[in-house]
Design a protein. Structure first.
Lengths: 232, 232
DNA sequence: GCCCGGCTTTGATCCGCGTCAACCGCCCCG
DNA sequence: CGGGGCGGTTGACGCGGATCAAAGCCGGGC
């Protein structure tokens, strides 16, 4: 296994910017792991023993109330970083949505390595700041948007992120046709809606000719302009 | 003006962990600024020319839709860091809720300084990770909690944060009595509710003897247990 | 091919919260 | 002391999305 493989495509991975020697050292403390769809990687409130780097696949970060309501608070795509370095407990559960390959590190090992490699910490900081930006714009959606706006925003975001992370046939710009890594229930958990509402909104957009739904999880954006207008 | 003053109480400020020489260098590129209640510090989508460190007061971070709906996506207390280093545009507006004192830096100056001082970047990373955790648990609230749960959660969070940032008479643990730095409308903007719903829920809690409302913005928690139970 | 089970869609109804509107009370200022 | 205005409260009502229920669809196993 080459160092490049363990640590993902070099240019996009967490280790981008490290020199060869550093990459080798990082690989020494990491382990590859396969996680199949539906399998958990980290449980909410556990000791946060792991951090990881996504190589392939999509995973969800969730928090739940005691009575079982779930909210997806983040989605990790290839090259994304998962887990909570420098903290006692993980505040979110991580579960694979598709079969996934990740590179896991013990939190202690990773923390120690990061602290002595400023380039890595800088990269991590940039990623965390970007994630915070995304999360904040999602708060706007959860707190203030209507169901149709939520669905439209969601579809547009999916078409962008799936394209840029290479989860769809490579095209320039956002994808017009893609396969959702989510079930209807999971879409509901992302948007703070119920499964029935999600289903109804999808059907409505299809009837209006804005999108097409060729298969359960497949979406084709027919009229992107309309979607942008609906997104609010 | 001593270096300590410019850069906030040493132990809690962004510069904690820097040596004296570094603190002096950081002070050289920062400027004190007073912001009065209601005054903006950064506008949404501007060029993100500023970053800042809060010395005193409380500020809100907001995003808005074109048609004027507003969502408060973060609240900055003393010692908190504001702005978006290493990014092109700021995604949120920053407006003071109370009269505030901040230490502002030009983004370029700050970026350059941070990149050459790993201790500062590490501190910034820890803060950003903590903020991300808080933001994610707020997503759960926005997406899945009912109005009574939102209000209860909000009051408990306020009682903790206002105590730990020294915005209330110092006590051990969470404050039982405090002054909200928010108007009713702003509470609504934090929780994704309307002003009327916020008002009704406050009144309900008062009638049930869970809290007392001695003045417009003052809250006294009478029955914390009940509040915790309601928070969901 | 056929059956079974889980996911999804669709329909009917309900209710929490938003909306619209009026009123209240505190504070400022004359 | 007496307006006036702003922020907050209260009430009446309606709607969007949740809830409850049932049927449809599709994929997998035999």
């Amino acid at each position: 296994m080459s160092s490049c493989e363990t640590c993902v495509v070099r240019n996009r991975a967490i280790c981008a910017g490290l020199d060869n020697q550093e990459i080798t050292a990082l690989n020494a403390i990491g382990r590859r792991r396969n996680v199949s769809a539906g399998e958990p990687l980290i449980w909410e409130d556990d000791d946060s023993l792991l951090v990881a780097n996504v190589i392939e696949g999509v995973l969800k970060l969730t928090t739940s109330t005691e009575d079982g309501r779930e909210q997806i608070v983040g989605v990790a795509y290839p090259s994304d970083f998962i887990g909570r370095p420098f903290g006692q407990t993980s505040k979110a559960s991580v579960v694979a949505l598709t079969d996934a390959r990740v590179c896991v590190f013990s939190r202690n090992d990773f923390d120690r390595f990061a602290r002595s490699h400023p380039g890595l910490e800088h990269k991590l900081l940039e990623r965390t700041l970007a994630e915070l930006d995304r999360t904040r714009s999602w708060m706007m959606l959860l707190g203030r948007k209507t169901a149709p706006e939520k669905i439209a925003t969601f579809l547009l975001e999916m078409s962008e992120r799936l394209a840029e992370t290479g989860c769809t046939p490579i095209t320039r710009g956002p994808a017009t046709r893609f396969t959702l890594p989510f079930s209807r229930q999971q879409v509901a958990d992302v948007l703070g809606l119920t499964i029935e509402t999600v289903s109804r909104q999808f059907t409505k957009l299809k009837n209006e000719g804005v999108i097409d739904l060729p298969a359960r999880r497949d979406v084709e954006i027919v009229n992107r302009g309309a979607l942008v207008a609906l997104a609010g």
